[in-house]
Write a protein that binds this ligand. Structure first.
Ligand code: NDP
Length: 257
C-alpha cells in the first residue's frame, strides 16, 4: 500500500472503543500506510481495541499497556516500544480524564483532588509522554494532542476540564520550544464536540452539539474521521513547518463571537 505515512511508525494512545477520536486517527494513519503502535490503559479498552483491529484487518506493530498517571508504566511502555520498534516518528496523545462530578454545576465548587486528577491525566500526561519521545524519536518527529474550545472560553459544565485543556495548550507551546531543536514538533487539534465515552461524562453535551449545528459556519458537527485526517496532516511531512499550533477542527465554531 502506498501512502504519505509509508514507513512511519506512530504511537496511538487513547482508543477505548470504535467511537474514540484515537480510533478515527488510527484509521486515517492506516489508510496512508503508517505502522501503528497502540497503548491502552483498561483491559476493557484492550479487548475493544483487539476486536476493532480484527474487524478492520489492521495488524499493529505492537500493543502496549500504559497508564499515564504512573511514571513507571510510562517508562516501561516506551522502553518496550524502543526495544521492539526502534525509532518512532510520531505520537498521538488522545486521552483525558476527570471525575464526572466535576463536569457539572459551578467551577467554583471544584475539589482539590478533582483539579489535580484532571490536570495530571489530561495535561501533565503530555509532558511526561513528550519527555519519553525525545528518547525514541532519533530522527525527529511529531506529537499531536487533542484539545477543546473550553480551554479558551467558558463552556458550561466543562469546568475543570477546560482549565486542564488550557494547561495542555500552554504545554504544547512550551514543549514545542524545548523539542524543536531535536526536530520534534508538538501541536494540538481543538476538535468540536463528538459523542464518545468521555463526552458522555460532560453534563448537557447534547445541547452543545445542537448549538454547533445551528450556529457553526458549516452548520453541522464534525466527526472522528475529520479529526483523524487533520491529525494525520500534523503528523505528516506536509506540516513540517508547523509547531506549537492549535488547529481548530470544529466546523468554524471558534470564529464566532
Ligand atoms: P474516549 O473516552 O474514547 O477516550 C479517552 C481515552 O483516554 C480512553 O482511551 C482512556 O483509556 C484514556 N485515558 C484516560 N485516563 C488514562 C490514563 N490514566 N492512562 C491512559 N489512558 C487514559 O474519548 P475521546 O475520544 O472523546 O477523547 C480523546 C481526547 O479527545 C481527550 O483528550 C478529549 O478530551 C479530547 N476531545 C474530545 C472531544 C469530544 O467531544 N469527544 C472534543 C475535543 C477534545 P481507558 O478507557 O483505557 O482508561
Amino acid at each position: 500500500m502506498s501512502g504519505m505515512m509509508n514507513n512511519k511508525k506512530i504511537v496511538v494512545m487513547g482508543v477505548a472503543n470504535e467511537r474514540s477520536i484515537a480510533w478515527g486517527i488510527a484509521k486515517s494513519l492506516h489508510r496512508e500506510g503508517a505502522q501503528l503502535i497502540f497503548t491502552y490503559r483498561k483491559e476493557r479498552s484492550f479487548e475493544k481495541l483487539k476486536g476493532l483491529l480484527e474487524q478492520t484487518g489492521i495488524t499493529p506493530l505492537l500493543t502496549v499497556s500504559c497508564d499515564v498517571l504512573d511514571d513507571e508504566s510510562i517508562s516501561a511502555a516506551f522502553a518496550h516500544i524502543k526495544e521492539q520498534a526502534g525509532s518512532i516518528d510520531g505520537i498521538v496523545h488522545s486521552l483525558a480524564f476527570s471525575d464526572k462530578d466535576e463536569l457539572k454545576g459551578e467551577y467554583l465548587e471544584t475539589s482539590r483532588e478533582g483539579y489535580l486528577l484532571a490536570q495530571n491525566s489530561s495535561a501533565f500526561s503530555l509532558v511526561a509522554i513528550a519527555k519519553q519521545a525525545k528518547g525514541v524519536m532519533s530522527e525527529g518527529g511529531s506529537i499531536v494532542t487533542q484539545s477543546y474550545i473550553g480551554a479558551e472560553r467558558v463552556v458550561k459544565n466543562y469546568n475543570v476540564m477546560g482549565v486542564a485543556k488550557a494547561a495542555l495548550e500552554a504545554s504544547v507551546r512550551y514543549l514545542a520550544e524545548d523539542l524543536g531543536k531535536y526536530n520534534i514538533r508538538v501541536n494540538a487539534i481543538s476538535a468540536g464536540p463528538i459523542k464518545t465515552l468521555s463526552a458522555k461524562g460532560v453534563s448537557g453535551f447534547n445541547d452543545i452539539m445542537q448549538t454547533i449545528e445551528e450556529r457553526a459556519p458549516l452548520r453541522r458537527n464534525i466527526d472522528q474521521e475529520e479529526v483523524g485526517d487533520a491529525t494525520l496532516f500534523l503528523l505528516s511531512h506536509l506540516s513540517r513547518g508547523i509547531t506549537g499550533e492549535v488547529l481548530h477542527v470544529d466546523a468554524g465554531y471558534h470564529i464566532l463571537g
